[in-house]
Design a protein around this ligand. Structure first.
Ligand code: PSU
Ligand code: MN
Length: 297
């Protein structure tokens, strides 16, 4: 069921470093036409850092690990591309639909393909008001159940970060800060919460991944939290978030539409600032993921 691009297929055969990249960020996380140029740029960043990029998506019912130019264009521009999590995979493949994969679905496919590291923007987690809505991202469950390392700029600041950290602890998902002792908050470099462990270089992370295997902890992933260098103005962030959450509530946005709605709200209401930060995040996470992939070899 999985189709590999030539580049990814030969990299996997030759056991070269490979980094998985998600596609929901392209279809639902960034506005057109920036989404496509960023997706291409990120693949280039992975190559420059010594690894092979494997962007993952579903095209006409086939799972693709490594997209060609036409497939990437469809993910970026096709109105019919939906956002899919793990539970949707059998449905969209059997129905021969096209879809972009979230952190959860991408991790699942990456693991099937034998790829152990993946770069995204910000993790999904527990949403604000989850006590009422029960909205908790499947990203958390995938981190608990799939042995893939995820490089992210922490959890998205639109979430209840404290609750997300508690859930990650319950689910036994390790988190290390990359050159930071604070848990990053996506648009913000510091979400306001401490991290117990910090790492200084990709080698240290590779050593942890190896130790984990030796300890028989082979069913869960690991979060590498990489803070954005130039964060969003915290005041602009706070005001936009408050308005965005209210807009989501007023428009009864629910389910998997919540995260894309809030990201879009930021992109439309911060004069390009949230977009600049989101792109910086993806660039930096993909570079670090490639360096970790190299260190794992
Ligand atoms: N990071 C970004 N932009 C995004 C996402 C992450 O910078 O669009 C996506 C990922 O695909 C992640 C999803 O899995 O948001 C989380 O959605 P939800 O909260 O509905 O689980
Ligand atoms: Mn949700």
């Amino acid at each position: 069921m999985i189709h590999y691009s030539d580049e990814v297929s030969s990299a996997l055969k030759e056991k070269l470093p490979v980094v998985a990249l998600e596609s929901t960020i392209i279809s639902h996380g960034l506005p057109r036409p920036t989404n496509k140029s960023v997706a291409l740029e990120v693949e280039e960043i992975v190559r420059k850092n010594g690894a092979v990029p494997a962007t993952i998506a579903i095209i006409d019912g086939s799972i693709h690990v490594g997209l060609d130019a036409h497939q990437l264009d469809r993910v970026a521009n096709d109105e019919g591309i939906t956002k899919v999590s793990i539970r949707d995979l059998p449905i969209v493949t059997a129905k021969k639909l096209s879809a972009a994969t979230t952190v959860a679905a991408t991790s699942h496919i990456a693991h099937l393909a034998g790829i152990s590291i993946f770069a995204t923007g910000g993790l999904g987690g527990v949403h604000r008001g989850a006590q009422e809505s029960w909205d908790e991202s499947a990203d958390l469950h995938s981190l608990a159940n799939i042995p893939v390392m995820v490089v992210s700029a922490g959890a998205k600041s639109i979430l209840d970060v404290a609750a997300t950290l508690e859930r990650l602890e319950t689910l036994s998902v390790p988190i290390v800060g990359y050159r930071t002792s604070r848990f990053p908050g996506f648009y913000l470099a510091d979400s306001g919460f401490d991290l117990e462990y910090r790492v200084e270089n990709p080698k240290e992370i590779a050593a942890m991944w190896t130790a984990r295997k030796e300890l028989g902890i082979t069913s869960s992933g690991m979060v590498i939290a990489n803070p954005v260098v130039q964060q969003m103005d915290p005041v602009l962030h706070a005001t936009t978030l408050a308005k965005g959450l209210k807009a989501a509530q007023d428009q009864s946005v629910s389910g998997k539409a919540v995260t894309p709605f809030l990201l879009e709200y930021f992109h439309s209401n911060t004069g390009g600032e949230s977009l600049r930060v989101n792109i910086d995040i993806i660039r930096s996470n993909s570079a670090l993921a490639a360096q970790i992939a190299v260190a794992l070899h």
